[in-house]
Design a protein around this ligand. Structure first.
Ligand code: NAD
Ligand code: TYD
Length: 355
């Protein structure tokens, strides 16, 4: 089992990255220190890491930097000499990629290239290092009924987001094959949990329920996503980094492939259980709206490889995970308010002169 000195996390102020950083800094069997590189885009919220530096002295550092800027990335490698990279930083929302695909190509493709080159320059032919690339099942396209994605699935990305992630996967694989950079990749299904930006389905719906606003369901609501609680994804990534085989891809999924409308019904019940309001009141807010262009019909993962090779299992079922998630959003009104009003931007401006 590998253990790391300094781990460079990109995108550690986003949803999954911030959950990963919290886990890594409190796990001395995983690493000594985490350096979080994040550009603090609209999706990066420094509040997601509040108090971490104080609670874990000497184990957490933040650097504001943009992975599109090679010199900035190179400088961070020179300054902190990381032994591992966990690459979360990305533009991550499909709807935004339809409206403005340029940022997705720049950050997800060019940014990944910059990181790979910086890692290669810094590491030479070291073999005790790992570049872990965090990717998505969406690179494999859309499934028919009863089918599942595996590591052998053909790449068939269909949105600007998934095309940019597929391109980044190919770069990471090529740097492994051609330059022998030690890499691992995870292709994971839809995550949900605390700290997710409320543009994604689960937190968007929770916040709308809290405000009595319509719950916008795209198309017929029968598109299927395979839902995984974020802590289970974090554990899978750590496991692959410490025990996975170099150059390998691992498909990660919760085994909870549900139609959106079924997931939403469970979410109405989860929020109702927290608030004491009848689930029917939340259900009455469901509103069918125009479908997303190119909307992939079905994603589902067969996680046999990571289960049999590394013993990974999801620990949190959907009912339990949705309860925890609803409880977190309802229990953190300040975080929700700061996102809603953009108040954390003021804090950002004071801290980093980010205007
Ligand atoms: P997110 O949008 O919540 O966070 C992205 C983070 O990256 C933010 O903190 C943002 O500030 C940072 N960032 C964006 N552009 C940057 C740049 N140019 N330079 C430096 N930092 C930049 O994303 P997420 O949902 O946490 O997803 C993290 C990763 O996991 C992504 O690579 C995504 O493709 C992948 N993934 C996400 C899911 C999911 O369900 N959310 C599932 C599978 C894989
Ligand atoms: P999303 O959270 O955007 O993740 P992804 O598109 O990466 O899977 O959406 C999850 C599913 O929910 C997807 O099928 C689109 C659908 N959806 C809605 O029906 N309404 C919404 O407001 C959103 C944001 C998504």
């Amino acid at each position: 089992m590998r253990r790391f000195g300094t781990v460079l996390v990109t995108g550690g102020c986003g949803f999954i990255g911030s959950n990963f950083v919290r886990s890594a800094v409190s796990d001395s069997s995983f690493c000594d220190k985490v350096v979080n590189l994040d550009a603090l885009t609209y999706a990066g919220n420094p509040k997601n890491q509040e108090g971490l530096k104080e609670r874990h002295p000497g184990r957490y550092l933040f650097r504001k930097a943009d992975i599109r800027d090679f010199e900035a990335v190179k400088e961070i490698f020179e300054l902190f000499r990381p032994d591992a990279v966990v690459h979360f930083a990305a533009e991550s929302h499909v709807d935004r990629s339809i409206v403005g695909p340029g940022a997705f190509v720049e950050t997800n493709v060019l940014g990944t290239y910059n990181l790979l080159q910086a890692a290669r320059n810094a590491w030479g032919d070291r073999k005790d290092v790992v570049f872990h690339h965090v990717s998505t099942d969406e690179v494999f396209g859309s499934l028919g009924d009863g089918e599942h994605f595996t590591e052998e699935s053909r790449y068939d990305p269909r949105s600007p987001y998934s095309a940019s992630k597929a391109a980044s996967d190919h770069l990471v694989r090529a740097w492994n094959h051609t330059f022998e950079l030690p890499v691992t990749i995870t292709n994971c299904s839809n995550n949900y949990g605390p700290y997710q930006f409320p543009e994604k389905l689960v937190p968007l719906m929770i916040l709308n329920m809290m405000e009595g606003k319509p719950l916008p369901v795209y198309g017929d609501g029968r598109n299927v996503r395979d839902w995984l609680y974020v802590d289970d994804h974090v554990e899978a990534i750590k496991l692959v980094m410490t025990s996975g085989r170099m150059g390998e891809t691992y498909a990660v999924g919760g085994g909870a492939a549900l139609e959106n409308i079924v997931l939403l019904d469970a979410l109405c019940r989860a929020v109702a259980a927290e608030t004491g309001i009848s689930p029917d009141e939340y259900r009455s807010l469901i509103t069918y709206v125009q479908d997303r262009p190119g909307h992939d019909r079905r994603y589902a993962i067969d996680p046999t490889k990571i289960r049999s090779e590394l013993g990974w299992e999801p620990r949190v079922g959907v009912e339990e995970g949705l309860r925890r998630t609803a409880g977190w959003y309802l229990g953190n009104p300040e975080w929700v308010e700061s996102i809603r009003t953009g108040a954390y931007r003021e804090w950002l401006d004071r801290q980093y002169g980010n205007r």
